[in-house]
Ligand binder design. Structure first.
Ligand SMILES: [Zn+2]
Length: 428
């Protein structure tokens, strides 16, 4: 065997994981195998890789260029980005995005859906991110979405730019219907996105209802188009923050439609926790999709980092466990069974959103991608935002983190859980 991971927790079991030729070869207790390298996991939890379902890699690390977003609002962010994007080059986009991909991989995120702003007339975002997808494929699997930040119909050139990005080879078609000048144009945009995706056999990922306006209801149109076009499982609606302002009757009706359509919802807790509710007097709405209620209704929900040090968000370090931790707070997911669900939203539910389940999961025969956390169980992973002790890609250890050690009056402080929790194990 090429690599053997001893004493690692997978699901409810402590097992050994043997890897050969980049795939999981054998998984079971006390395997009698030799390997070129052995990792002693000491009872730590392993999961398949984290999946970042929504990341604007073309804008990452541009904060302050050409100027800072002084108000911190979504609209000033769009204006700042508009001032910058025509001056970008594919190489500049590639270099910045590559840095974020390195941060992501180091923290166990090995699948990313990126959004390339195709409203940029210079095609720099889409060209830079397509090069990134192809050149970094051994490290991280990337899908690129053609995202018309300025809308498809707000400028007569934009529809052609989306089609041009499709010709260049994107994986998904995007949209932003709530940003169109009228609701009628927003409806037209949704239908156009579905037509294009169907014709070119692409997935769909639309920025949908990212507003506090409870009258913004393009999500129901997306659900209906998903059913009519037979695209169950291939369609994602991202952000969906207007849902945080929908009243209960409409919400319950919508949840049923969404579940039946098989649409995926992506929650992006970082920017939306800061952008939504800006115009409200106190008490302020915080504008989140109804993650808890959607899961209860049987809708697949996953997570994205969305923005990292860009015109919309000056913070961020590409850690999807941090995003899960933040989303838990805004969506009231603190029940005992709900906390582990947040880790599933960051892993296997993300894989379902990206449509990669066939090549995802710790199972014999599948690609040997996994993350070993410095924690014994999912609750401790979320609570501690546990370091990723080892990250393994195609059977190779690509990242290792030595956890920090804190002492108080000369004695170690371990931040271990309550007596019912085994606490973070020490490395043997
Ligand atoms: Zn976004």
């Amino acid at each position: 065997m090429d690599l053997l991971v001893r004493n690692v927790r997978v699901g409810e079991r402590i097992v050994d994981v043997a890897i050969e030729g980049g795939r999981f070869a054998r998984i079971g207790p006390d395997l009698d195998v030799d390997a070129a390298r052995t990792v002693e996991a000491g009872g730590r939890l392993a999961t398949p890789p984290l999946v970042d379902c929504h990341l604007h890699l073309d804008a990452s690390l541009t904060a302050g260029k050409p100027r800072h977003n002084l108000s911190g609002t979504l609209i000033e962010g769009i204006h700042v980005w508009g001032e910058l994007k025509e001056s970008l080059t594919p190489d500049d986009v590639f270099e910045r995005a590559q840095e974020i991909v390195r941060w992501s991989a180091a923290q166990g995120t090995l699948h990313i859906r990126a959004h390339a702003d195709v409203s940029a007339k210079n095609e720099a975002p889409v060209r830079g991110l397509l090069r990134l997808r192809d050149e970094l494929a051994d490290l991280v699997t990337i899908q690129v979405t053609a995202f018309p930040q300025d809308g498809i119909y707000s400028d007569p050139r934009n529809e052609g730019l989306v089609e041009r990005a499709i010709d260049l080879g994107v994986d998904c078609v995007g949209g932003i219907p709530h940003y169109e000048p009228t609701a009628e144009l927003g409806l037209r945009e949704v239908h156009r996105v579905f037509e294009l995706a169907k014709r070119h056999n692409l997935r769909i990922d639309v920025h949908c209802d990212e507003t506090d306006d409870p009258q913004s209801r393009f999500l129901e149109v997306m659900a209906d188009d998903t059913v009519r076009h037979g695209l169950r499982g291939r369609v994602t609606a991202s952000h969906c923050t207007a849902m945080g302002s929908y009243e209960p009757y409409y919400s319950s009706k919508l949840h049923g439609f969404l579940a039946r359509s098989g649409i995926n919802i992506v929650v992006n807790p970082y920017a939306n926790s800061l952008i939504q509710g800006r115009l409200d007097p106190y008490p302020k709405r915080r504008g989140f999709a109804q993650l808890k209620e959607l899961l209860a209704a049987g809708v697949n929900v996953s997570l994205g980092n969305d923005v990292i040090m860009d015109p919309w968000y000056p913070m961020g370090k590409a850690d999807l466990v941090d995003a899960a931790h933040l989303a838990l707070h805004f969506t009231y997911m603190s029940g005992l069974e709900e906390i582990p669900e947040m880790l599933r939203c960051a892993t296997e539910r993300g894989a379902r959103t990206l449509g990669i389940e066939d090549e995802y999961g710790i199972e014999e025969g599948k690609p040997a991608d996994l993350v070993i956390f410095d924690a014994p169980d999912p609750i401790e992973v979320i609570r501690l935002r546990a370091p990723r002790r080892w990250v393994i890609r195609r059977g190779r250890v690509i990242a290792e983190t030595t956890p920090a050690q804190t002492t108080l009056l000369g004695e170690p402080v371990l931040f271990r859980g309550n007596p019912g929790s085994p606490g973070a194990p020490s490395c043997r």
